[in-house]
Design a protein around this ligand. Structure first.
Ligand SMILES: [Zn+2]
Length: 239
């Protein structure tokens, strides 16, 4: 089925029909494309009214995502800023004929590479290190929260994700976490872990879902705000 499109005074909005209960609005990088996921039987006029009511928010998000895209790409050179668990470190590159290594020392992220290591390879080494940060941080959180929430996860994938911080497939009890969470303050990771685990009880973002989040992690809105505010690709959840 072809998706509908609404024109919001020059802003095209793609409407995707899904078997969901609530309207879900997203603005995607790099160009600020707007998409609305809407319940199958919701009238296009109703969706249009909803979209118009969110116009200011849409403009603001578009401004934000396109501004992010304009940020200089990482070059993995000296004194570049890199965030680890919400704290800023300056990159220091040490060229040495030895296996690559990364170490956090005071306010520096020390990257040891062989002389002549390309930017792409430096990026891979750092990305892998971030992944390992998450791999170490996630198990204790899971252990605690699976017990508290009363669910069991089969598999956890930690991967690069372009538009989401995490996702959950209740059918297979698997969750996915965005590698970039290792750049954000630790409570943000906990919020995403709890959010995805709660999806094992309630797959959609309905009022029951919100009530469960309020019950398990009363301050979850603060972490969501932090994630939405920090400059990184993200998805916004609206109810
Ligand atoms: Zn969700």
């Amino acid at each position: 089925m072809k998706n509908d499109e609404i024109d919001l005074g020059g802003i095209p909005v793609e409407v995707v029909r899904k078997d969901i209960k609530n309207v879900h609005l997203s603005v995607y990088p790099p160009l600020g494309k707007v998409r609305i996921a809407a319940p199958l039987r919701m009238k296009l006029d109703t969706i249009r009214v909803f979209a118009i009511s969110k116009l200011a928010w849409i403009r603001q998000q578009q401004h934000k995502v396109t501004a992010q895209e304009r940020e200089a790409p990482r070059e993995y050179i000296e004194r570049e800023s890199h965030y680890v668990w919400g704290k800023r470190y300056l990159l220091k590159v040490v060229e040495k004929e030895a296996a690559s290594a990364i170490e956090l020392k005071h306010s520096h992220l020390l990257l040891q590479v062989r002389p002549g290591t390309t930017v792409t390879r430096r990026q891979e080494i750092i990305d892998e290190w971030y992944r390992n940060q998450l791999k170490a941080a996630v198990p204790p959180l899971l252990e605690n929260w699976q017990r508290v929430i009363g669910v069991k996860v089969n598999r956890v994938f930690i991967q690069r994700m372009k538009t989401k911080w995490g996702s959950c497939t209740p059918a297979t009890a698997s969750i996915r976490l965005n590698t970039d969470l290792a750049r954000k303050p630790r409570p943000c990771l906990e919020y995403i872990v709890v959010h995805e685990l709660v999806h094992l009880l309630e797959p959609t973002h309905n009022t029951r879902f919100t009530a469960l989040m309020d019950q398990f992690l009363p301050n979850w809105r603060i972490q969501r705000q932090t994630l939405n505010r920090l400059p990184v690709r993200h998805e916004n959840w609206l109810y």
